[in-house]
Unconditional design. Structure first.
Lengths: 309, 395
């Protein structure tokens, strides 16, 4: 059946409104998008690493999670969900559980690229039947906008501030998706919020229904950290894709496939200038920074195109 | 009484055998000396189809405990085994497991914490975890380690408790020493532990959120409830010890009083060194000296009342600590035992000995010296230095 956003949005929500995420935040959009792709007849248990998503969605005695939910700590969501999945397998074998469940671990980039990388790597290598979703907002937003290894070069964050001597973060963003591909898991994809959400929906569905440990990296902007008006969330995501800063692709059993190719690749300025965290890059004399980032994006894009051929 | 099977097993084999008989739903485990063997044995049981456990061989102890937490929250009977730095790496999650009120068992094969690195026995690992909200049982020998596993599981899963439980035994000293042991038949174990039926869990078909953000309005109340569960657990421990005694004839109590009835001098000790202390006690008793040994089997919850009662008629007490707390005034067992005796009308004179750190051998001479020192304390009518060391050079 063809994808229809309207129809999808009429399904009962597994992650309901009333949570306290900011207006214009990508985290809740990512969760709803990923969970909409679970078939109606299946139940879910979601694990969430300590993050904005966690502290905003389950404040005792309230919860926005209409099914199974577990939070244990910051760096271990992959292992925690692996434990849930192991229990399911054991009990299913013994005939104790009737329902069919899907298991999803959500972590921010702090909980995934950095402190949770070992736990993620372990769960991927062991091949638990689960999906790990990184909602990547490129910094530690929950603790006050600090740098992570996902923060792009020159972005201003509170632990890599712009000063008279140092123009923001001095290292490029880690390519986590490639690291995950290196694990040889069945399905890996990069996506974000574009158009009618079909890209996210289709990738999430494949991730849920391909047996094994699968991974989605979702660019999920943060209005506070990136400094954009809340209503611009979708526009920012589109620019990330059209500039090739965040290419949309999937890797199925090791085969790389581009899922969207911009007709006219936009210059990186278009993406940078709408975000306060890059404002200093547009000061007089800072042109070299924009040039450097453009070169980096071009290089990464060319490499990706080769892999996808 | 249940039929028993005579065997000869090491402490690690005893634990592995107990786990095989429990046949848990999930084991998440990571190797570390001296507990590693348990993981080997268990992996072989899985490979040979002797258990139907989901065995998750994780990439760290942190993930081992995380897997156990996830599994327990999803209704599994679960547990793991570790030592020393492995337990230290689990630290954060020990509090999560007990704070989420998730029953599970953790066998701690006691080993010294780094640094510098040392792979031999002391109690710095589990003593450091004493305030993490876990039940702690200590085992003098392989038999106790084996038996404690079944009782720990029952205690942890009891509806009045719902706290995880640690079973501790001394690394190498008992974990690697082969001794006679009496095993139970699988059918008797199954009957004793029963089927695990948690009230709620993550995959029971209904929505459940485990581990929410606990705000100022509720966190304190939840901590109070955890503390209340620990208080209530003492009666549960007693009841389950009794049930186990009725089944096996092996009668356990929270503490073991060895020749304490008329003792004037007593040594308080836990785990394998209790055996050495008892030998010394016997030899001194043969000479007519009124000495005794008080072995603590249950350290959390702390059996303060029982200990105070057992020591109420004693003139001088030496509390042995195989871990230092670096408070500069004594080890962790000492602090608790001394505090337990505060309300006594006639408080015994009490001193502390740090001993056997990092696998330093604990020969009978250590205990002869301690009993002799207690004579001095009684003679002087005062303790003098309370924070002492035995078996260390340069003191």
């Amino acid at each position: 059946m063809a994808y229809n956003l309207k129809k999808e949005c009429c399904k009962p929500e597994r992650f309901v409104g009333g949570h306290r995420l900011c207006a214009g935040c990508g985290a809740g959009v990512a969760v709803r998008g990923v969970l909409r792709a679970v078939n109606d007849e299946d139940k879910t248990v979601c694990g969430v690493a300590t993050s904005c998503l966690e502290v905003s969605s389950v404040l005792y005695p309230f919860t926005a999670w209409n099914e199974g939910f577990i939070h244990s700590a910051f760096e271990n969501v992959a292992a925690s969900v692996a434990g849930v999945e192991a229990s399911y397998k054991a009990q299913k074998r013994k005939g104790k559980i009737k329902d069919n469940y899907k298991f999803v671990a959500f972590g921010g980039d702090g909980g995934t690229y950095d402190i949770g990388l070992q736990s993620l790597s372990g769960a991927l290598e062991r091949g638990h039947d689960m999906v790990y979703v990184c909602y990547d907002n490129e910094a530690y937003m929950n603790t006050g906008l600090q740098r992570s290894s996902s923060t792009p070069k020159f972005a201003e964050v509170t632990t890599a501030p712009v000063g008279t001597e140092v123009p923001g973060k001095m290292q490029h963003k880690k390519d986590l998706t490639e690291i995950v591909v290196g694990h040889g898991v069945p399905y890996v994809a990069q996506t974000t919020f574009i158009g009618n959400f079909s890209d996210l929906h289709e990738k999430a569905h494949k991730a849920h229904y391909t047996p094994g440990a699968n991974f989605l990296n979702i660019l999920a902007p943060c209005p506070r950290g990136w400094r954009y008006p809340p209503e611009d969330l979708m526009a920012i995501c589109k620019l990330a894709v059209e500039t090739c800063v965040w290419p949309l692709y999937e890797v199925v059993e090791g085969e790389w496939k581009l899922t969207y190719e911009p007709k006219n690749k936009l210059p990186i300025e278009d993406y940078l200038k709408v975000q306060g965290r890059f404002r200093h890059m547009f000061a007089k004399g800072a042109e070299w920074m924009v040039e450097e980032l453009q070169k980096h994006v071009d290089m990464k894009w060319e490499k990706l195109l080769k892999k996808c051929k | 009484m249940a039929k028993s099977i005579r065997e000869r097993l090491s402490g690690n084999e005893a634990v592995a055998t107990a786990l095989k008989q429990i046949n848990p739903d999930v084991i998440g485990a990571y190797p570390i000396t001296p507990s590693t063997e348990v993981v080997h044995y268990f992996a072989q049981y899985v490979a040979d189809g002797q258990v139907d456990t989901e065995f998750v061989a994780v990439e760290s102890e942190h993930s081992a405990m995380s897997v156990c937490i996830g599994a327990a929250a999803a209704g599994a009977r679960t547990g793991t085994v570790t030592s020393a730095c492995g337990l230290a790496l689990m630290w954060e999650l020990l509090y999560v497991a007990s704070g989420h009120r998730l029953p599970m068992t953790l066998n701690v094969i006691n080993r010294a914490l780094s640094g510098p690195i040392n792979i031999n026995n002391d109690h710095s690992d589990s003593m450091g975890a004493r305030d993490s909200g876990w039940i702690q049982l200590y085992s003098e020998n392989n038999q106790e380690a084996y038996d404690n596993n079944f009782m720990a599981l029952r205690i942890a899963e009891h509806k009045d408790v719902l706290l995880p439980a640690m079973v501790c035994q001394d690394g190498f000293i008992t974990s690697h020493a082969i001794e006679n042991i009496e095993l139970l038949e699988d059918a008797d174990i199954r009957k004793f532990i029963g089927e695990y039926k948690p009230e709620r869990h993550l995959i029971d078909g209904k929505p459940l959120s485990v581990g929410p953000y606990d705000t100022v309005q509720f966190y304190f109340e939840h901590q109070y409830q955890r503390a209340q569960a620990m208080i209530k657990s003492k009666a549960v421990v007693k009841q389950i010890f009794k049930e186990f005694g009725d089944l096996t004839g092996r009668k356990y109590d929270l503490i073991e009083e060895y020749k304490m009835e008329d003792a004037e001098r007593a040594i308080v000790v836990l785990n394998s060194s209790a055996g050495t202390a008892k030998v010394v006690c016997d030899q001194l008793r043969a000479k007519g000296e009124k000495v005794g040994v008080l072995k603590i089997r249950l350290f959390r919850p702390f059996p303060a009342e029982e200990i105070a009662k057992a020591l109420s008629h004693v003139k001088a007490v030496a509390v042995m600590d195989k871990a230092d707390s670096f408070s500069a005034v004594g080890g962790p067992v000492f602090a608790d035992v001394r505090s337990a005796c505060y309300e006594l009308a006639n408080r015994p004179l009490m001193v502390n000995y740090i001993y056997g750190l990092g696998g330093r051998d604990v020969p009978v001479e250590n205990f002869f010296k301690v009993y002799e020192d207690l004579n001095e304390v009684i003679k002087n009518g005062k303790t003098g230095n309370i924070y002492r060391h035995v078996g260390v050079r340069g003191v």
